[in-house]
Design a protein. Sequence first.
Length: 268
Amino acid sequence: MLVAGLLVVLGFAGLIAAVFDLGPASGDSDLLFADPVAELAVSLVSIAIGIPAVLFGARFLGRRPAGTVSSVVGRLRWRWLGWCAAVGVPLMILQLGLMIAWTWDDEPVGDTGGGFPGWTAFAVSLAVVLALVPFQAAAEEYLFRGWLVQVIGRFARSPWPAVVLASLLFALAHGFGEVTGFVLLLYSALWWGWLVIRTGGLEAVIVVHVANNVLALGLAAGFGALDDTSTAADAPWQAMVVELVFAPLYCLTIDRMARRRAVARVTP
């Protein structure tokens, strides 16, 4: 289903590009669109289809309620997600601010793109980011922290081998860039996997993943850098150092809050 959905998305995007003459600026380009906003939208949607694919797999192949991928109570706990957002969003803003301040003299953010694209272009870019990134980020969590951990974990007495393997696959899925970027991704994924087990659901990791991607892509949109093809795998060593502090800070805070609020960690 995932492959079929991806083919449908790419086929539909290619049809739009042909009809409206929105193809790549150069003939040898691998991109579908010359417009970075359109390219971003297609990229986000192609990942977001992982949500229905995972839920379909759990329901019809795993023969269990699809909601069991979301949490131990069989659904997303929206109130708990809101409490996680109250902690995670400010922490992500602080983390990104520290990262920008630390690396400003080395590579100012404004030098990574073409500059502010204008209010109309920025508003369109931001609308695409806000509309699609939550589904893209959630899809990655449903796949790597939800379904994969559950499937692999069926063959072990402990969930931790599954968490480690799924975290490694998550880091590899972002491609090969800098060693620091790979370490950052693996380190974050391990903490997030731990947090899913501790809280019995994906809500807390969906929040931090969405906040991270929205802030990063929103900043890129503001500086006209949406055509930048780098990923978290290309992160510099400063980002890795900052993550060494903020990943456990967020996870331990959420874990403590979950215990205080008696958030379910196992199925009823």
